[in-house]
Design a protein around this ligand. Structure first.
Ligand code: UD1
Ligand code: CA
Length: 488
């Protein structure tokens, strides 16, 4: 690359928000993410980059890092295998997609992106299957590339066991310059001893990349165009090729196999737990907890072993989530107690409430302040008012329940007539006796009582008592006579 004057100091653009105040001399930088491969080694119907670690597709992690470096409009994911599925899953990120209809290698992926990248000076190339990469490291790599005025800059790392990865052949032990990258399959015994691996992340000067990319060949073990071969191609064209070695070797790990995915997932989960603990949350036996990256928990909350907190779940301060609970996309207020074995999905639990053990709160559940939901209680699209209790063996669906209501053990809202769902309304202060069925649509007025074992099919006015069950019959002496007959 020609040494051009007027490059900004790398520090000036390291915040990645350059677009709002672009100086005329500032280089135009794009990010291309290679994500077209099938992921043969996973033996899966699902394309590799949609496999999840830390609760999100591999590719989404990489996109998140990328948009911290350049705006989404300058990010291009190169997709191919199951492209429409990948696009649909990640369209919400606002980035561009480039189609690599036939996947003929990482070099070929960049060939098909030529038109999309023509308007840029440099392209940062990321791998869609290496989700641990951080914006900080990408920023360092970019800065090194700009400082070195290189045509190609590789990100490398020393690995304890670099088996399977490409190896970086430097011009000399101390030299920043790179001779070539040799893939594992083509490496000699001596080259295999090199611990410096090629991460699959690069920065290229766009002009030099495309002036030379046609020189790539498919004369290798896979019959593919290897992007790694650009190191040698550019060096032979007398362009500058350098490598920047990161000390954070764990960031460059790729998820090519199920085992590697499990390792990456574990690393992300532990990092999340460490962050939570640093922020004042107690997590017992963190290795047993599954907490997604976007989950938020306020200080002084305690998470017991074997808890899963998923999606966008938010938990307030001074709560306790006891073992074996799985909570997804839910919001939990302060001082809430989630007892063991609960499942919460898109539920809202207000401050001071007690849930469980063994409660199932399904989407649309809103538990009021200080309310209690007990064992084997299932709720769906329900508002349970402040201080109300449904403590045992109950199904509440499509119901609006006021404050201070007592729902007796075994109460069922019959919300479904086989075709439609109907609503049950229970006003403030109602007492529903045990084993009652409330056949919706139905309303029980403020302060009313429902006698135990009632089947309520008509509205109950406020302050009334409704009993809907057969009257009890008592036959004096009946049992004594029966026994007498038996002994005769
Ligand atoms: C690649 C590198 C290797 C490096 C390793 C780091 C090559 C030839 N080798 O190997 O030196 O150590 O990454 O993880 O590049 N892809 C496409 N289109 C294709 C082929 C692949 O978009 O035609 C995508 C894949 O979806 C994947 C990425 O490129 O996200 C890397 O491809 P992969 O096959 O995983 O390369 P590795 O064998 O891991
Ligand atoms: Ca890979």
């Amino acid at each position: 690359m020609k040494k051009s004057k007027g490059n900004p100091s790398p520090a000036a653009s390291s915040k990645g928000r350059a677009s709002s105040r672009v100086a005329y001399s500032e280089p135009r930088i794009a990010v291309a993410i290679m994500a077209a491969g099938k992921g043969t080694r996973l033996k899966s119907q699902l394309p590799k980059v949609l496999h999840e670690v830390g609760g999100k597709p591999l590719l989404e992690h990489v996109i998140r890092a990328a948009v911290r470096i350049v705006p989404a409009k300058d990010v291009y994911a190169i997709i191919g295998h199951e492209a429409e599925r990948v696009r649909a899953a990640l369209e919400h990120t606002g980035i561009h997609f480039v189609l690599q209809a036939e996947q003929r290698g990482t070099g070929h992926a960049l060939m098909v992106a030529r038109d999309a990248l023509a308007a840029y000076d440099h392209v940062i190339v990321l791998s869609g299957d290496a989700p641990l990469i951080t914006p900080e490291t990408i920023g360092h790599l970019r800065n090194f590339h700009l400082e070195e005025q290189a045509a190609m800059t590789l990100l490398s790392a020393d690995l304890e066991d670099p088996t399977g990865y490409g190896r970086v052949l430097r011009k000399g032990a101390r030299s920043a310059e790179v001779q070539a990258v040799v893939e594992e399959k083509a490496a000699s015994a001596t080259q295999k001893k090199i611990r410096e691996m090629n991460s699959g992340f690069y920065v290229f000067a766009v002009k030099e990349l495309y002036a030379n990319i046609g020189k790539l060949s498919t004369a290798n073990a896979h019959g593919e165009y290897y992007l790694t071969d650009m190191a040698e191609v550019l060096r032979k064209a007398r362009e500058r090729v350098v490598a920047w070695k990161t000390a954070n070797a764990s960031e460059v790990l790729g998820g090519n196999t199920r085992e590697e995915l499990a390792g990456i997932d574990e690393q992300m989960r532990l990092a999340k737990c460490r962050q939570l603990m640093a922020d004042g949350v107690t997590v017992f036996y963190p290795a047993t907890c599954v907490i997604d990256g976007d989950v938020e928990i306020a200080p002084d909350t305690v998470i017991e072993p074997y808890v899963q907190l998923l999606g966008t779940t938010r938990i307030g301060t001074a709560c306790r989530v006891r073992s074996y609970s799985v909570i997804r996309n839910s919001e939990i207020g302060d001082g809430v107690n989630i007892l063991p074995g609960c499942m919460l999905d898109e539920a809202l639990v207000s401050a001071g409430a007690i849930v469980g053990p063994y409660s199932r709160l399904r989407p649309g559940t809103e538990i009021g302040e200080g309310a209690h939901v007990g064992n084997f209680v299932e709720t769906k699209k329900v508002k349970l008012g402040k201080g109300s209790k449904a403590n045992h063996l109950t199904y509440l669906g499509d119901a609006e329940i006021g404050a201070g209501v007592n729902i007796g053990a075994g109460t069922i809202t019959c919300n479904y007539d086989g075709v439609h769902k109907h609503k049950t309304i229970i006003d403030d202060g109602v007492f529903v006796g045990s084993d009652s069925t409330l056949v919706a649509p139905v309303r029980v007025g403020k302060g009313a009582y429902v006698g135990a074992a009632s089947c309520i099919t008509a509205d109950v006015p406020a302050d009334a008592l409704a009993i809907g069950r057969a009257r009890q019959i008592v036959k004096e002496g009946w049992a004594r006579e029966k026994r007498a007959k038996r002994t005769r």
